[in-house]
Design a protein around this ligand. Structure first.
Ligand SMILES: O=C(CO)COP(=O)(O)O
Length: 246
């Protein structure tokens, strides 16, 4: 099964108007690599302006509420993100699961709401260092994935990102064997729920991915791309990651 590589930058709470030049430059790099699907999940404040400059890259959001509208001060609906120009959205990032106390059920509801609004979804899962050290990471992350998976999950609108929490922003990554084993375990878990659709679904790796390690990580059979934080903030750093994907 050949799955088109998906390489997405997550700018987190970074990016002002002054950084729109980088969006434009990354959009141009994306055009040079048509075999790779490239995107940037930006702070919502930049989405509208970035949509006009994105070139061959798509623009995404970083979270959405599960309701379409209502009394939810400070939140954004998937409809709002889509109207602003987002084509994708991230749900379930560990920085939100931890800091905002998001549950698996809420993450599934957010993914379903995003799909209903016409957005594609990157659903994040990953284990803490405690879980990794205790030796139960694959079972824990597989359970987290199945509990966070929305009804009707399909490969044409949903991708998974495996992001070990202890690898995010630390410069540490799991061994290639550990990544291969986790991604295979997650695909097997998906197959128990969505059958043969699991073979089509892209499973990205995230956590300290950069131009130096991206080619090795993305050469792993079940690694179908990357969700990249720090190394996606400039075209100079993100370009090599995109190139490593094809
Ligand atoms: O959390 C991440 C992407 O969502 C990964 O962040 P870093 O690439 O900065 O480790």
């Amino acid at each position: 099964m050949s799955r088109r590589k998906l390489v997405v930058g997550n700018w987190k709470m970074n990016g002002m108007r002054a950084h729109l030049d980088e969006v434009e430059a990354i959009g141009r790099i994306a055009a040079e690599h048509p075999a790779v699907e490239v995107g940037l999940c930006l702070p919502a404040t930049l989405i509208m302006a970035a949509d006009a400059l994105r070139g061959a890259a798509f623009i995404g959001g970083q979270d959405n509420h599960w309701n379409a509208s209502g009394a939810h001060t400070g939140c954004l609906s998937a409809e709002m993100l889509a109207e602003a120009g987002a084509q994708w959205v991230i749900v379930g990032h560990s920085e939100r699961r931890d800091a905002q106390g998001e549950s698996d059920a809420e993450v599934a509801a957010k993914a379903a709401a995003a799909h209903a609004a016409g957005l594609k979804v990157i659903l994040c899962v990953g284990e803490s260092l405690e879980v990794r050290d205790a030796g139960g990471a694959e079972a824990v992350v597989s359970a987290q994935l199945l509990a966070s998976l929305p009804e009707g999950a399909a490969a044409d609108w949903l991708a998974i990102a495996y992001e070990p929490i202890w690898a995010i922003g630390t410069g540490r990554i799991p061994t290639m064997e550990a990544v291969a084993s986790m991604h295979a375990a997650l695909r097997a878990a998906l197959a128990t729920r969505i059958g043969s659709e699991a073979e089509k679904m892209r499973i990205l790796y995230g956590g300290s991915m950069n131009g130096d390690n991206a080619a090795d990580l993305m050469a792993i059979a079940d690694v179908d791309g990357g969700l990249v934080g720090g190394a996606s903030l400039t075209a100079a750093k993100f370009g090599p990651v995109i190139a490593a994907a094809g």
